[in-house]
Design a protein around this ligand. Sequence first.
Ligand code: G1P
Ligand code: ZN
Length: 539
Amino acid sequence: MNTQFFEGQKPGTSGLRKKVSVFQQPHYLENFIQSIFDSLEDCQNKTLVVGGDGRYYNKTAIQTIVKMATANGFGRMLIGQNGILSTPAVSAIIRKYHAFGGIILSASHNPGGPDGDFGIKYNISNGGPAPEKLTEAIYEHSLKISNYRISETMDIDLSELGQMQVGEMTVEIIDSVADYAELMAQIFDFDKIKDLFQSGFTLCFDAMHAVTGPYARLILEDQLGAPSGTVINAIPLEDFGGGHPDPNLVYATDLVKKVYGENALQFGAASDGDGDRNMILGQDFFVTPSDSLAVLAANAHLIPAYKEGLAGIARSMPTSAAADRVAAALGIDCFETPTGWKFFGNLLDAGKVTLCGEESFGTSSNHVREKDGVWAVLFWLNILAVRQESVESIVRAHWAKYGRHFYSRHDYENININTAEKLMDNLSKTFNVMKKGQSFGSYLVDYCDNFSYTDPIDASTSAKQGMRIVFQEGSRIVFRLSGTGTNGATLRVYLEFFETNIAKHSLDVQEVLADLIVLADVIAGIKKFTGRDKPSLIT
Ligand code: G1P
Ligand code: ZN
């Protein structure tokens, strides 16, 4: 078979993500899929789950994967109807049917359409993202691959539920939502949430024209009785309606209009392209993802599936330490991992943690091995149904008890890759000569390092996971380069200021963080290197 090399296909934080046009190059997709299959143990007669977020190229890629899976000896494929499966649904389905693994076609929150992005992730039999060892093996293989196996069968019909044969392999087109909805009903108190909606509680879920529309409609509107129209932008579109399916205050504009200002609804939520992220809003009130994780942990005993308590909590390093305080109060461990969901897998499998979260609008539990947007929304609704208080009063009471981590992330997108690397090199030199107790205004350095993680289960280490400078009394600045962008480099600057006396500060987070924002530039020379005097995105 005639193939060509693509200088290796290196998966980033969450699989391989490139422009659609890159995937459309002859043999590009095939090379990567074959590199995955060749890096796995024997896949003969095994079951493979496949689905995606519905973006442009999703169905085309699935047709190719079907032909390659049968040629590589898989015995069975489970494919979401019309090629649709959210990332957490793939994880749930792999686990429920004891599949060998799954392929998720998504570039998460990155824009879609012919000029947008496409992506592929491989998930292993625990339902979670491939660990680094496997993604490295896939990459190494992609450097030397010389042929791939593909059968010359016809395209299949993805629109009808049912079973068919493709060569020796059985293909089942499955309902995209049913298995996932069944799992949610096992975790949460659906009756309580139904009562909440019956009492006239007002809410909106923004699916952002991405994958969660069908999930949220079935669960919130059909099963839990939320008024029809609660879920907006509910039909998955190949280009997400031209939008950027990333649930934050900047991109979820339709939702923001409904929960802020006059006639604001009591609750708002949004999810991203592939359904693993979530944003939670109360009336005129934004819950930071770091706070959300902490509030879920502190209230987990109210949820049927977690009423026996949590084994532990894990958060990614740049996520604020709000959850650590809850863990300390509960007397359970809180693990700090590198950015990316794959680092939670071993801890979840070993039963060391029940809840996990990232500052990038990702939260989940041991029910799957991915972050889960709709699950987080149901968790909040279940808490609200039990506590009968507003989102804002629950969060304010939380701060009063545990203290508040003022938190924000500043992104400098699409900067020159060499510039970004120079900035990080320079930062590492600065860190080398930084001393404990060194003062920057009122901030005294506790320590600084390039975060390195040793997995407590398999002892694998992941070095250089982010430059952090931690000040005495718990404030921090973290600098790292994104592993998921497709345009140049993205510098992420994470700012955190801890305060126990929350009455002392104005509520404008950027104002509270103003000194740290200046310090970040002093320490890293952001303006000097990039020429930018402000970030392109603040979350
Ligand atoms: C980003 C987020 C990270 C998340 C990943 C996949 O990665 O920061 O928390 O796990 O997307 O959704 P980054 O671009 O920062 O490497
Ligand atoms: Zn996502």
